[in-house]
Design a binder for this molecule. Sequence first.
Ligand code: ZN
Ligand code: ZN
Length: 585
Amino acid sequence: MSKEKNNLEMLRHSMSHVMAAAIQKLYPEAKFAIGPSIENGYYYDIDFGDKKLTEDDLPKIEKEMKAIIKKGLEFERSEMDVDEAIKKEEKSGQIYKKELIEDLKSAGEKKVSYYKLGDFEDLCRGPHVEKSSKIKPGTYKLISLAGAYWRGDEKNKMLTRIYGVGFESKEALADYQKMMKEAEERNHRKIGREMELFRNFNEIGQGLPVWLPNGYTMRRVLEDYMWKLERSYGYVHILTPHINKKELFETSGHLGFYDKDMYSPMQIDEETFYLKPMNCPAGMMIYKMKPRSYRDLPYKQGEFGTVYRYEKSGELHGLQRVRGFTQNDAHIFCTPDQLKEQFLEVMEMLEKFYSDVGFENYRYRLSLYDDEKDKYVGDRKDWLQAEETMREVLVEKGVEFYEEKGEAAFYGPKLDVQAVNVFGKEDSISTIQVDFNLPERFDVHFIDKDGQKKRPFVIHRALIGSFERFFAFLIEYYGGKFPVWFAPVQVKIVAVSEKHIDFCNKLAREFFDNDVRVEVDISDETVGNKIRKAVKEKVPYMLVVGDKEMGSENLMIRDRGSQDVREISKENFFAEIRNKVVEKK
Ligand SMILES: [Zn+2]
Ligand SMILES: [Zn+2]
């Protein structure tokens, strides 16, 4: 760890002591748990008893922190015998500290250290800055409150966690706040609400987002795009049911390896069913339904399949972490000799897709077998062939990648694609995996040239990954300003007044006939309000239609992000949109 990083961590941790000291002064009954430094700041978990703190209390605490810092108090270290320390905490009612010291005692510690800052003394290993005045004005800020179970255990009491941020300089804090504000502006839940892309309804169910008309339009555009792309590479498509019989998941092994991620079974007549956590088992049945010869391979089977996997309610987040989602799934059955060309082909499709959606920054992670671990199925020889093939393809393509031992799935090595957004936030979008488990379990085979039954290689691949997770990334990547080709509404027509509505509707009809996604605002609002609304909806093109525009053959277009109006003929405008859709620019 670098010295600067160490210093910054020490500074942040010292800030958490100052915060705790301020809290003790304001809330003498508070019981303190732990207060570490974290990325960008620090937190402290505190039991406030019956008192409920809100964000409105934070400025008061900050003010008290300021006073403590101004005093230039020193962090004074002292040591105490463990038993004495336990007694001390017991006497002062600091039950969490007492428990921490008891743990240290059972770990064999004889002494513990304390740091005193004015009247506030805290059990701590250190280190800290020498005095509180080392923390400069304007370099720290308390930002939020959250509930946190003592020791992260749901059976324990829920404490209040107060988060603060802290930096070495005022400027660094200002930069951080600016970045956070921009990131918040791009937050996919916020944009999803404003642009009516998706919505979570408590009444429908947590982690089961609903695609609203605008979001579903975008999803359909991307689904159609992927359908066409896959067909151009010789894929066929299937659609399998959301629930499958228990026996299928016994054959696949999901009920042994994956049942913690599956929902409770349901009984229908005499049989037991499960919501499918993966599309693969049903896909295997379709491969197996008739004999396949080497001439049929590679057989590329795509499915826009919806799956359900358990996620803890506390971890559900917008479209990012959900309980039901649709994958852009596909299974490629090929001979061992075809493995390399199939990998190359999938990567070629992936590059085209990323370029068309505008993702420029991404890297590959090659996730490999680990000899130390004993969790894999399949023949090591096959693994080595697959791993080597994947590596060869990455090197040949000259793409950026890194290898990670032990990150492979239990059933085979995989290639994950990490996309990076403008804020450097990384997310795993696409995945390409070799499977040595299902072909065995379902006993799938093909008849080779020599008339022998042989086992094909199976590649699972998902380019869009899941639509839900992909959209969470996509929305934040573009901050809602989507390219024309998949923007939910491409053109917004604003009628200046009542008498312009018929003309606007007729115009919209013409747009519609030219495959343009258009919407007319005929609401009772003022023109100014309607324009502001269209700007907020981030529509690529806007047309405001009043008397003057009604009298013209040409269109007066306002481009997204511009105040200016440009005049263009209808034919040229339709051609412009068509071109953007085709070129994906
Ligand atoms: Zn400390
Ligand atoms: Zn699969």
